[in-house]
Design a binder for this molecule. Structure first.
Ligand code: HEM
Ligand SMILES: [Cu+2]
Length: 644
């Protein structure tokens, strides 16, 4: 293979991308060297096993990925703004909708939410870290290197172009030659390992590490939604793992699981993909529901209405999410009977979801609402998400879906649920928990600018797409005809509005870092749950004394009764894990091994695999027992954090 095949050539946009990547990496390396920060980076971040720092790294990576996939989106919207535009050619358009969709789901939405869980869940349940901090670091780094592997495809080897669903035979080795599709398979495999491990890790953490007195039905609702989401991950991700592995064997070693030739079953891929894929959309929506519930209860200053029903709705939605996957291919021809069954299960999901909507409204009813930025994201979510949900029920009717299928109606629907649900949720959660993470609030005035630009832009962008779909505009086309011009140009304007909103949001991070008041109390919003009981900045062990929980909204309860959770006389030495570079190194090796397999350099890949086994062996003989923080040190930390 020549270098010209190795690097992607011939596209001005991609050359510009290469220059940008070189400049940015150069700048980062220069700055780290200039300010002598390499050691700091390694000791404080790359080797950390602290859930709060890992959470911050997840969120930073997710924001970067939102930028990357958002740029893809704006390029597509530019191409679709006018009839017969020649900004992107057909091939490039295919690649960009593939990378946009894949990155948004795997490398933006999931890590953003998992990042928030990392920061918040242990603190909400009164724990000092995850059950398996080392595994948590490994999860993060395998996600991170998976994301990097996916992203290099754009300058090295070529990006995948078979859609984020990667249907066979299109994604097979005959119709998708070159390494692009292999990047998809291996990058998702690598980051999927991390997700699965997080699933187990958080499940165990929530089951085993809760503070005394916190029974399951006294857990904060975000913890509940995380807990159920982890069940979905543990049951759904293995399906993806297997499906990806089978397609990898098809493409690289010539087997026939999903091929047209050799009695392969191409539709089996579609089935496996969506048996994972539909639960996946609940993996990215249920935690967002949890965030909104916390934010709404806090800023309505009320206990969440119908807490128990809320929990049961989450459980019901999670269960049903495994029973609806066929609605993604009603037109496959499974017949009226099968389609009817899946129509019914699909529409049934609207019931527990509707219950949740009414519970949020009932929480707001007759409350004194504080319209902070976080609350505004939550308030905007309710009507916007409902539009997405109702059009989802429309799509769920099999007969009607024959019309909607593959049209912009679908694009509008899933962006309504993914953006108004997941993205608003991530933003609400970030704004809400930001003071816990960094010790200062995000500026409210700038935050509201970002909010209005993004939300108005969002509706301008996606509402017209429902009508475009009804006018017959198919998805995944790179040219529009003149009849579709008006609505498309409006949609594109909206998309740039969202882009602007995102830019203002990121600017706010910088602005607030410079100018926001430092947070003293640890409880800036008058919060209800235990994460607000820790001082800010949060000590690495979170709780000097493990709290005893008596009520729902444990911290609120304590504040009502005038109790404090910190009692100097009860401080005991705290056992904490040591930092380690192993997860980073292991994941980096997996990255290189996967990279080799992408290019089908088999011996290099095998060597990589062997090295991974060796590192696992080394890990098995690692007897590091962690360390103890002594009482004096804890007292000092607490005194200075609490201003005693
Ligand atoms: C910044 C706002 C966004 C804009 C302007 C946008 C725009 C688009 C466009 C133009 C397409 C291609 C439609 C087609 O021609 O078929 C698309 C597809 C897609 N988008 Fe977005 N999007 C945005 C945000 C998101 C988010 C936040 C997610 C997920 C969390 C997402 C997930 C997807 C998926 C899964 C596809 C399908 C890709 C495929 O067909 O393989 N998008 N989006
Ligand atoms: Cu579905």
């Amino acid at each position: 293979m020549g270098l010209d095949e190795f690097f992607v050539t011939g596209e001005p946009l991609i050359y510009a991308g290469m220059v940008a990547i070189t400049l940015v990496s150069g700048a980062i390396i220069f700055l780290l060297t200039y300010f002598k920060k390499w050691k700091w980076l390694w000791r404080e971040w790359l080797t950390t096993v602290d859930h709060k720092r890992i959470g911050i790294m997840y969120i930073l990576s997710a924001l970067a990925m939102l930028f990357r996939a958002g740029s893809d989106a704006l390029m597509m919207r530019t191409q679709l703004a006018f009839p017969d535009m020649n900004f992107l050619n057909a091939q490039h358009y295919n690649e960009i909708f593939t990378t946009h969709g894949t990155i948004m789901i795997f490398f933006m939405a999931m890590p953003f939410l998992i990042g928030l869980m990392n920061i918040v869940v242990p603190q909400q349940i009164g724990a000092r870290d995850f059950a398996f901090p080392y595994l948590n670091a490994l999860s993060f780094w395998s996600f991170f290197f998976g994301a990097m592997l996916f992203n290099v495809s754009f300058v090295i080897g070529g990006a995948p172009d078979a859609g984020w669903t990667s249907y066979t035979p299109l994604a097979g080795d005959i119709m998708s030659q070159g390494p692009g599709q292999n990047f998809y398979l291996l990058a998702l495999q690598l980051s999927g390992i991390g997700t699965l491990a997080t699933g187990i890790n958080l499940m165990v953490t929530i089951l085993k590490m809760r503070a005394p007195g916190m029974t399951l039905f006294k857990m904060p609702i975000f913890t509940w939604s995380t807990f159920i989401t982890m069940f979905i991950i543990v049951f759904a991700f293995p399906i993806l793992t297997i499906a990806l592995a089978l397609m990898t064997i098809d493409r690289i070693f010539g087997s026939h699981f999903f091929t047209l030739a050799g009695e392969g079953l191409p539709m089996m891929w579609a089935n496996l993909f969506w048996m994972w894929g539909h639960p996946e959309v609940y993996i990215v929506i249920l935690p967002a529901f949890g965030i909104f519930s916390e934010v709404i209860a806090t800023f309505a200053r009320k206990r969440l209405f119908g807490y128990t029903v809320m929990v049961w709705s989450i459980i019901l939605i999670a269960g049903l999410s495994f029973l609806v996957w066929v609605h993604h291919f009603f037109t496959m021809g499974a017949g009226a009977f099968v389609n009817s069954i899946f129509s019914v299960t699909t529409m049934a999901i609207a019931i527990p979801t509707g219950v949740k909507i009414f519970n949020w409204l009932a929480t707001l009813y007759k409350s004194r609402i504080r319209t902070t930025t976080a609350m505004m994201w939550a308030l905007a979510f309710i009507p916007s998400f409902t539009i997405g949900g109702i059009t989802g029920v429309m799509l769920g009717m099999a007969a009607a879906d024959y019309q909607f299928h593959n049209s912009y109606f679908l694009i509008a629907h899933f962006h309504y649920v993914l953006i108004a649900g997941t993205v608003f949720g991530c933003f609400a959660g970030l704004v809400y928990w930001y003071p816990k993470m960094f010790g200062h609030k995000l500026n409210e005035r700038i935050g509201k600018w970002a909010f209005w630009l993004f939300v108005i832009g969002f509706h301008i962008c996606f509402l017209p797409q429902y009508f475009l779909g009804l006018d017959g505009m198919p998805r995944r086309v790179f040219h529009i005809v003149p009849e579709w011009f008006n609505l498309n140009v409006i949609s594109t304007i909206g998309a740039f509005g969202m882009g602007l909103g995102f830019a203002v949001f990121v600017y706010n991070i910088y602005y607030s870092y410079r100018y926001s008041e430092r947070e003293q109390t640890g409880d800036p919003w008058d919060g209800r749950t235990l994460e607000w009981a820790t001082p800010t900045p949060v000590p690495e062990y979170n709780f000097a004394v493990v709290p005893h929980v008596k009520e729902h909204d444990a911290y609120w309860d304590m504040k009502q009764k005038g109790e404090t959770i910190y009692d100097e006389s009860k401080v005991e030495p705290i056992h904490m894990p040591n930092s380690t570079g192993q997860p980073f190194i292991m994941s980096a090796i997996m990255f290189f091994a996967s990279f080799a397999l992408v290019f089908e350099w088999i011996w290099l890949a095998v060597a990589g695999l062997v090295t991974i086994l060796v590192t696992m062996g080394i890990r098995s003989f690692d007897y590091d027992e962690g360390r103890h923080i002594d009482v004096e040190e804890i007292k000092q930390t607490e005194r200075s954090a609490r201003g005693l």
